[in-house]
Each structure stands twice: as C-alpha cells, then as structure tokens.
Write a protein that binds this ligand. Structure first.
Ligand code: SF4
Length: 385
C-alpha cells in the first residue's frame, strides 16, 4: 500500500472529514456492517468468496440451463461462506490460506459465463433488446465492447464511500432527458478507452492500492457492461468491496449474477410511477422492475438508496418513492440519501417546452417538504448526505 487508506490524517480525510466521523453513527455502522468489514480488509469481498466455491466442469462447455442450475445450487454455498465471514468466523487470512489451492473452476466462472451469454442476444436489462451485441448496439447505445470514460478516486460521494474508486462506463439503458452525464451515457458512449476484463481488473487494483474504499461501477449505467465486469473479477486478486451504482433496471438474469458479487448497492430510485418514468427516461414498467430488484438486492448486501428530488414531482415521485422504501425495506438495513442538487441539463435545456416543470432548480419549499417527509417516515438521510 502506498499509504494507509483509512488513516484519519490522510489527504482524503482532510478534504472529507465526515468520511471518518460518519462511522461513529450507530445506524450507519449497523446498515453498512458487511461493507465495513470488507472495506477494512477484515472479511473477503463476495467475489473473492465466489472464487473458492468450486464447480467441477468447465462452465464454457456447459449448456445455459446447466449453468443456471449450477448458479442456483452453488449460490447456497456462497451464502453460507458470506454468513461465516459476517460473523468473523472466516477472515481474509483464512481466505488467503484457502486460496493457495484455488479451484480451477468456481461459481465466479459460472457467473462470468452466464453474463457473457446473457449479453448476446442481450437481456442484461429489462429492455431485453435481444440484439447480437457483437454486431449491433442495443438501446443502451453500446455493443459488446466495454468503454471506460474515466476512473478516479471520487470525493463527492456519500461519506461512508469516500474515497470511492469510481469507474465511469459508456452507455445507458435509460434516456433521461435531464441526464447530467449525457456525454458518456447518450451522446458519445463509445468514445472512451476500450477495456477487456484484464485491463478492468488492473484499473480496480490501482484504485484500491491508492486508497479506494470500494470499486464504484457507474456510467451511464454499469448494466450493459456486466459481462466484462464479472469476468474482470476472475483476474482481480485484491480485496475490495464491489459497489453497484445503477438505475436498477437489471433483468432477473443479471440480478442472479449480481447478488453473488455485489457487497454494497447504490441504487438510484427516481420515479414513483410508470408515467413519469416513461416520459422522462423512456423506461417501461419502471416501478415493478425497480422495486423487485431493490427487494432482492437488500437481502444480499448493504444499501444506500439515492432519490433525486425533481421539481414539481414531489407528490407523484418523491413521496411514493420514500413511502415504498419505508413500507417495504428494513429500516435498519437501508440508508436513504434524498438529493436536492437537481439542475436542468441536456434535452431539458434544448427543448424546455416539452418538460416545463423541470426547467428550474428546486425551491426551498420543495427541499424542506422532501426532507420533512423523509424524516416523518423515519428514513435516514443526514449521515450520508
Ligand atoms: S443492456 Fe439492456 S438496453 Fe443494452 S442491449 Fe442489453 S437489453 Fe438492450
């Protein structure tokens, strides 16, 4: 290590002292307990554990039904290992000893092979384009190649995540008219560095070696790149929490893979109804898909949910979103960040008459109302904002 990445007097801590003090908060400790263990190298990340869940046959030679069956059965072994690690009965040192006899094929190989097949014809997300991405691009505007536009230590994320080893991928399965990353998600998604799995593993290693608390897969959206991301973990030999920073519009096929490798979820839960989701992001069936995926994800990892308050969308989006979280997810396991920094961008600036209500920033009244509503529901937002 070049320096102690968690030392309170490191350069990160001077810029974001709350990244240290946030861990004094008992609610944060409880909600992010698994992430904390992995972040501190006191437990192996899930992808590391998936490497030691042995499978006998070469996954590349199996039919997709066999792979799916293997994923189902071997997942149970992984869950047991994670539970042991959570109770500190299986540490990173234990893992290092066991990994001297690493199996030739593992659950991680099964997941990588499944992701590769789901990527073409593509059903990685619920758009289910079913395009052969070697030859065609999908609605996410990227083919089978993975483009990384930038990667760096992000100091602007929620306090428990900083410094966050963030990797920005090109392409997105949504078309948000107010997207703030529209250059890489919608306009020039294929202009970044083309990375294969080995290069992506190297990037992750560099980020961790230089102090990242996690690897933050984001975009655009990371989902169209799932096949490269999972394969990269086969080559990654450095322990680091894997963070999924996404619109959560993944297919069930992708979810079955992700729950094996993601330690902490950072979902973006935007809309409280399908009409707004369609009008502003061209996403169909939004509420059903996203709430399904959130309900699954929370069983398999820690979670900080982001909700960006949109001007004029308090009653139709903010309140239903917060209400759903309060009624359906365990309060002590989930942190919620109610975000107030909306600013009009992209298509909203070019065609303001089409989306008039979001051509402005939030009013003070809207900010206060959103906060009070979250508070009334008992949702935690202050420690992470
Ligand atoms: S990731 Fe989604 S949007 Fe992209 S090609 Fe696959 S199914 Fe289509």
């Amino acid at each position: 290590m070049l320096f102690d990445r968690f030392a309170p007097f490191s350069i990160w801590a001077r810029i974001r002292p709350d990244a240290i003090t946030v861990w004094d908060d008992k609610r944060v400790q409880r909600a992010l307990s698994w992430y904390y263990l992995v972040m501190k190298d006191e437990a192996p990340a899930k992808f590391m554990l998936a490497k030691i869940v042995e499978v006998e046959d070469n996954p590349k030679k199996l039919a997709i039904e066999q792979l799916e069956e293997l994923n189902k059965t071997k997942k149970k072994e992984l869950i047991k290992l994670v539970e042991q690690a959570r109770r500190r009965k299986y540490t990173l040192d234990d893992f290092k000893k066991d990994s001297r006899n690493m199996p030739k094929f593992s659950l991680l190989h099964v997941d990588a092979e499944l992701a590769r097949r789901y990527a073409s014809p593509c059903r990685l997300c619920e758009r289910r384009c079913m395009v052969r991405r070697e030859k065609q691009i999908g609605a996410c505007r990227v083919g089978i190649k993975t483009y990384v536009h930038s990667w760096f230590h992000h100091l602007g994320e929620e306090a428990p995540l900083v410094p966050s080893g963030t990797i920005f991928y090109g392409g997105c399965n949504f078309t948000c008219v107010f997207c703030q990353n529209y250059d890489i998600s919608q306009v020039y998604p294929r202009s970044g560095e083309v990375v294969d799995a080995r290069r992506l593993a190297e990037i992750q290693k560099q980020l961790r070696m230089h102090g990242a608390r996690n690897i933050n897969h984001v975009g655009g959206d990371p989902t169209p790149n799932l096949h490269t991301i999972v394969e990269s973990l086969i080559y990654l030999d450095t322990n680091v929490p894997q963070l999924w920073n996404s619109n959560m519009y993944m297919s069930m096929e992708s979810m079955n893979i992700l729950v094996d490798i993601i330690d902490i979820w950072l979902p973006d839960f935007k809309y409280g109804n399908d009409k707004c989701a369609w009008r502003l992001s061209s996403a169909k069936n939004y509420v059903k898909v996203v709430t399904r995926n959130l309900s699954i994800a929370v069983k398999y990892g820690d979670m900080i949910i982001r909700h960006l308050v949109l001007p004029g969308h308090l009653e139709c989006c903010t309140k239903p979103v917060l209400r759903w979280i309060a009624e359906n997810l365990p309060r002590d396991r989930v942190l919620v960040n109610v975000m107030e920094q909306y600013r009009p961008e992209h298509f909203v600036l070019r065609y303001p008459k089409r989306w008039p209500e979001i051509t402005r920033r939030l009013t003070d009244r809207e900010i206060v109302d959103a906060r009070l509503y979250a508070e009334k529901l008992g949702l935690i937002y202050d420690p992470v904002s």
